[in-house]
Design a protein. Structure first.
Length: 331
């Protein structure tokens, strides 16, 4: 028996960086990030005899979902969007939302963590899958280096990194997001090549410093609810990650992210700033009382860099994607 229609709404995320990119350490990757309440996108699916969708990317995800679920097909539509390949996690969120929408339209349960690799998601970072599941602040455990090495395994031949720590984001925290109108970060094969190049040459020194920052600064700050200390700590995570990426992205930050981060760092409304994933999106940590000033700081940063772009302030999102308005459940 099939449902008439299933609608899945999912949300952006910020990716603060990885814990280790050096082959000299026993675990590779390990990442940390937060779920945001915006931007958001909804994917609707209705049972059909084949796969139809006006969005080519989502149509591909829908076809894979239909194949893995062994159902007839689905008519899929997308409402809303957030920009792709700018560091907000749109690829993973769209892929998983499509999978769940198709499954629910056919009255099927689905384990998104198990099937995410079949859609090409969760190969290095587990933040996108984890925030889709339950939102919040997430630190994932990465992969055993001996098994994952420099090349990502063949499609579907990996497991999503397990969640090592998750904490709710305090209600009064806010996240400034600045998305400049500039070239997007690498994705697909280009991202794989860039990551392979980084990992093959990465020094272990930043990972040793990152371990201390995460254990002694990031985790205590989120546990105690200090936006100021959290912002400073994740900004340091980003700077240390940038030393690994400098050759691949033209500096510690991908231009023009460096100029934006520098400008935000000087503003008292922003507790810490950095680049999300490969960028070019830049984030700033703030709180409700300073959100208007932080938004203005974001606009001023774009003006100072001489680029156009979008500025928004988001709250943390402490639950996962929703189905027809209800929290998504896999059972």
């Amino acid at each position: 028996m099939s449902r008439d229609r299933a609608v899945v709404t999912t949300y952006a995320r910020l990716h603060f960086g990885f814990c280790n990119l050096s082959l000299a350490r026993e675990r590779l990757y390990g990442s940390l990030g937060v779920g945001l309440d915006r931007p958001r996108v909804s994917v609707a699916a209705t049972p059909d005899g084949g796969v139809t969708c006006d969005n080519p990317t989502v149509r591909d995800y829908a076809q894979r979902a239909v194949d893995h679920l062994d159902v007839d097909g689905a008519d899929v539509t997308v409402d809303g969007s957030f920009p792709r390949h700018v560091g907000l996690g749109s690829g993973t969120q769209l892929a998983l939302a499509t999978l769940v929408a198709v499954a629910r339209a056919h009255d099927r349960s689905v384990d998104v963590r198990r099937l995410a690799p079949e859609l090409g998601r969760g190969g290095r970072s587990g933040v996108g899958v984890a925030t889709f599941e339950d939102g919040g602040f997430v630190l994932d455990a990465g992969h055993p280096t001996a098994r994952f090495t420099t090349d990502r395994p063949a499609l579907g031949r990996w497991s999503v990194p397990p969640v090592a720590a998750r904490h709710p984001i305090p209600e009064d925290w806010r996240f400034l997001v600045v998305v400049p109108d500039s070239p997007t970060g690498p994705s697909g094969d280009a991202e794989d090549r860039s990551m392979r190049s980084v990992v093959e040459t990465a020094s272990p020194s930043p990972s040793d410093r990152l371990a201390g920052v995460i254990a002694r600064r990031v985790l205590p700050a989120i546990t105690e609810g200090s936006a100021e200390r959290f912002g400073a700590a994740v900004a340091e995570v980003g700077r240390l990650n940038g030393t690994w990426y400098a050759d691949e992205q033209g500096g510690v930050y991908r231009p023009p992210a460096g100029e934006l981060v520098a400008a935000l760092d000087e503003d008292p409304a922003v507790y810490g700033a950095g680049q999300s994933s490969w960028g070019p999106s830049v984030y700033g940590v703030t709180d409700a009382s300073r959100s208007a000033a932080a938004r203005e700081a974001g606009r001023d940063a774009l003006d100072a860099a001489g680029v156009d772009g979008r500025v928004l302030v988001a709250e943390g999102h402490n639950r996962g994607a929703t189905v027809d308005g209800d929290p998504r459940r896999n059972d």
